[in-house]
Design a protein. Structure first.
Length: 314
């Protein structure tokens, strides 16, 4: 390791003319990463290091360090792996695809599981005990299906309103989604509650469709056209106010809740990435920052070594 670090310092001085202090900082960052791997992956070597290792190190660092600090450390790793590439010790730079933490980036307000359930059940509460026309009932069932589907499958609002009836495979509990960012397609699972809500809506959808016209859009407005993103935004905002006075939420909060709750429930990052349609795992990584408290609680409750010292004292 020491020989590599010395070679790295020479590489920096020759290639970029890095100052001694800069080279020393890069060296410390690489040593810190190596120590992390020693603790998390005994027996590792540089060719085996992948993007997930870099992401895990970044996630750990962000618990205690500023985003700007971890962004700089990521730059150190990128340069070090470029150095290893130049020596043909590795085949690819695993840090290149990892995005640095964005400064001042805010995720949507977090919804607890209970809050998410309360939000998606809003239309059902509105319907309860009321006499509705067939059109009003169809609209309420549509609203329920949209909210359930966003939370169940983590859809972007653009993906939700872009769904056609032909995109559903209810026999397989799947929906084919056209990516709201880039036009790529993916299949997403549809949960049981969302399936029930979709079936109820489809049974009454004809009440919203223009008479004698075929409309391929899945979710229709009361004029028979494809529902708009703005309508979905208003729907979420209406029920967000029930959670707490003045609470403001966008439809993205349900996508955010789905990802966070899956990770807290034990889903692996790569699977959540696929469901959300993220190109890079580092985009999905932002949701892991919010589950740290939950993970620590689970760790404290479940890891046998946590309680071992206390048991020995008894």
């Amino acid at each position: 390791m020491e020989n590599r670090l010395k070679g790295f310092e020479s590489y920096l001085a020759e290639g970029a003319g890095a100052a001694a202090l800069t080279s020393a900082a890069y060296r410390r960052d690489v040593s810190e990463f190596a120590a992390f791997l020693d603790a998390s992956r005994p027996g590792w070597d540089w060719p085996s290091v992948g993007e997930n290792d870099v992401l895990a190190w970044m996630a750990q660092g962000l618990k205690t360090k500023k985003r700007s600090t971890m962004a700089r450390k990521l730059m150190s790793l990128r340069k070090f792996f470029d150095f290893l590439l130049s020596r043909e010790e590795i085949a690819a730079n695993p840090a290149r695809q990892v995005k640095p933490p964005r400064q001042g980036r805010h995720l949507p307000p977090r919804l607890s599981v209970d809050e998410a359930f309360h939000l998606v059940q809003g239309p059902a509460r509105e319907m309860d005990g009321k006499e509705l026309s067939s059109t009003q009932r169809a609209a309420a069932l549509r609203d329920m299906a949209m909210l359930e589907l966003m939370y169940s499958s983590g859809l972007r609002v653009s993906e939700l309103v872009g769904l056609d009836t032909g995109h559903l495979r209810l026999d397989l509990a799947l929906a084919r989604v056209v990516d709201g960012k880039g036009g790529r397609e993916r299949w997403v699972p549809v949960g049981g509650r969302a399936m029930d809500a979709l079936k109820d809506y489809l049974a009454s959808r004809a009440e919203l469709a223009p008479r004698g016209e075929e409309q391929e859009a899945l979710f229709l407005n009361q004029k028979g056209g494809r529902i708009t993103q703005r309508s979905v935004q208003r729907l979420v905002a209406r029920f967000a106010g029930e959670l707490s006075a003045g609470r403001k939420l966008s439809p993205h909060a349900l996508r955010h809740a789905m990802a966070t709750h899956l990770l807290e429930g034990g889903a692996d990052l790569r699977s959540v990435q696929e469901m959300l349609g993220h190109k890079s795992l580092s985009t999905t990584q932002k949701y892991t920052h919010l589950t740290v408290d939950h993970l620590l609680k689970v760790y404290d409750q479940a890891h046998p070594r946590v309680h071992e010292a206390g048991e020995e004292d008894k």
